[in-house]
Design a protein around this ligand. Sequence first.
Ligand code: NAP
Length: 242
Amino acid sequence: MKVALVTGGSRGIGAAAAVELAKLGYAVAVNYKSNIEAAKSVCREISESGGIAEAFQADISDSDALDRMFSDIHSSLGEISVLVNNAGVAYIGLLQDMNDEEIKNLSDVNLMGAMLTTKRAVPDMIKRHDGVVINIASMWGEVGASCEVVYSACKAGIIGFTKALSKELGPSGIRVNCVSPGVIDTDMNSELTDETISELCEETPLLRIGTPTDVGKTIAFLASDEASFITGQVISVNGGII
Ligand code: NAP
């Protein structure tokens, strides 16, 4: 059975991606940082539907934790065929009000974490001449958002990382793509008021915000053989808002 690793698979978009990848027949490694109960609940949902999933703790910005997690996944499930770099954190506020630690933490998780994780996943893919990397960016990485400057810069970096890595790894039979969500109904947006959500719905041509499953199904498509000639692309899942 092929193995997919979803970072930040315990909640939101990552949890939906884990469920959709399990439906495609992948054994799913569900990574989480601290919410073990949520991660176990995703694994339970998958196993109750006849799939295989296991939770693996690691802060993706911590190299030692990543080394431990990759070794555990290897022993428990096997080599990784699909990597979904989904784990992320948001920060809303003016750049000048952020302290240096907050700026560093945001970059360490949203940009550096994806690079540190990918570098550990690709050697096995290169050896097999087969693999898929799917990075999760954001519409703010495409157009920029006031009060989310560092987050936007990290997500723009994820788009650049995707395009460059697809060129580096294409000859090794590995596809690298990026999914760029718009506003999706997850914990990340739990502080938005009902009024703000309705305004966002009105601004969106499809008149709603997205669900984690909207994004999860796109991730599963990109992981599948149906997408075998797609690499280096940014696929926006945003209801047309930008
Ligand atoms: P979410 O509901 O807040 O879930 C975040 C997930 O990331 C959780 O599973 C969390 O684990 C994990 N995580 C956070 N920091 C981590 C770390 N250092 N190491 C490992 N795991 C970590 O977020 P979401 O809305 O689903 O977002 C998923 C991705 O989509 C993010 O990259 C986000 O930037 C992007 N995105 C989201 C939206 C949106 O509107 N929601 C829009 C565009 C892009 P724990 O459960 O253990 O805390």
